[in-house]
Design a binder for this molecule. Structure first.
Ligand SMILES: NC(=O)c1ccc[n+]([C@@H]2O[C@H](COP(=O)([O-])OP(=O)(O)OC[C@H]3O[C@@H](n4cnc5c(N)ncnc54)[C@H](O)[C@@H]3O)[C@@H](O)[C@H]2O)c1
Length: 244
């Protein structure tokens, strides 16, 4: 059955891969991202796609995106929230301003977009929410060389608590789960040095980084009926990088 899915971070990487894969499967999508030109350049201009240029750390943008979804397609079945900000500063470089910015986008933003979607889903036919955490918070990344630092890792850890809280609050009408990607080939890791890439790949039993589609598949599974008894969980998609 075709669904209406609101996708944040849809201009790039895993969000873009999800958007394309869901369109191929016959679903309708609302692509939410602050990078409007990129999003419009990457995705087809067709009846099954609506664009929303916005910032998940702003309540009004989150609420408006849900209103626009319902105006365009009549319903909202699922939220896939991939959008996030990155911070590579080490513990002795990070300041309150960058820390607060990362928390506002990654933590408060995850809450605000989930809240906006949940208000609609709880008063209609239910639905499913997918949040995004990161293997970086298990490993304890330290920043520098393009990798996430303490602000990013902390923000991604907080999303696990939010996921559990929302899953319990919204059940049984709405399921809420999270995907935890390992390193995937997207713009987010563009600043990795060659040495950094080689060192990080060795950490992975699979011997390589993930492709955005390999991460997107986990989110697509979680919003499907095949995941109808799964809520409050985190699916790790990281080529085995949690082993060490
Ligand atoms: N790529 C990786 O190695 C990796 C690893 C672990 C987790 N993740 C997570 O996967 C998700 C997708 O990241 P990606 O790798 O595709 O990165 P990406 O940089 O390719 O895409 C991130 C997208 O989020 C959007 N975004 C930024 N700020 C936003 C905001 N305020 N509101 C809405 N959207 C915003 C960006 O414009 C961009 O399109 C993120 O949550 C990221 O933290 C990625």
């Amino acid at each position: 059955m075709s669904k209406t899915i609101l996708i944040t971070g849809a201009a790039s990487g895993i969000g873009l891969a999800s958007a394309k894969m869901l369109l191929e499967k016959g679903h309708r999508i609302v692509a939410f991202d602050p990078q409007e030109d990129l999003m419009r350049a990457e995705l087809p201009n067709c009846e099954e796609v609506e664009f929303f240029c916005g910032d998940v750390s702003k309540t009004a943008d989150c609420q408006s995106s849900v209103i626009k979804t319902v105006e365009k397609f009549g319903n909202l079945d699922a939220l896939m929230h991939w959008g996030a900000a990155h911070s590579t500063k080490r513990w002795d470089e990070l300041d309150a301003e960058e820390c607060n910015f990362i928390m506002a986008v990654n933590v408060t933003g995850s809450f605000l977009i989930s809240q906006a979607a949940a208000h609609n889903m709880m008063s209609h036919n239910g639905g499913s929410i997918v949040l995004t955490t990161s293997a970086s918070m298990l490993y304890g990344v330290t920043g520098g060389n393009g990798q996430g630092g303490p602000a990013y890792a902390t923000s991604k850890a907080a999303i696990i608590g939010l996921n559990r809280s929302l899953a319990r609050s919204l059940a049984p009408k709405v399921r809420c789960n999270a995907v935890s990607p390992g390193i995937a080939e997207t713009a987010m890791i563009a600043d990795y040095s060659t040495d950094q890439r080689a060192a990080m790949s060795k950490r992975f039993p699979m011997g390589r980084f993930g492709e955005p589609e390999e991460i997107a598949n986990a989110g697509i599974f979680l919003i499907s009926e095949k995941a109808s008894f799964i809520t409050g969980e985190v699916i790790h998609v990281n080529g085995g990088s949690n082993f060490n």
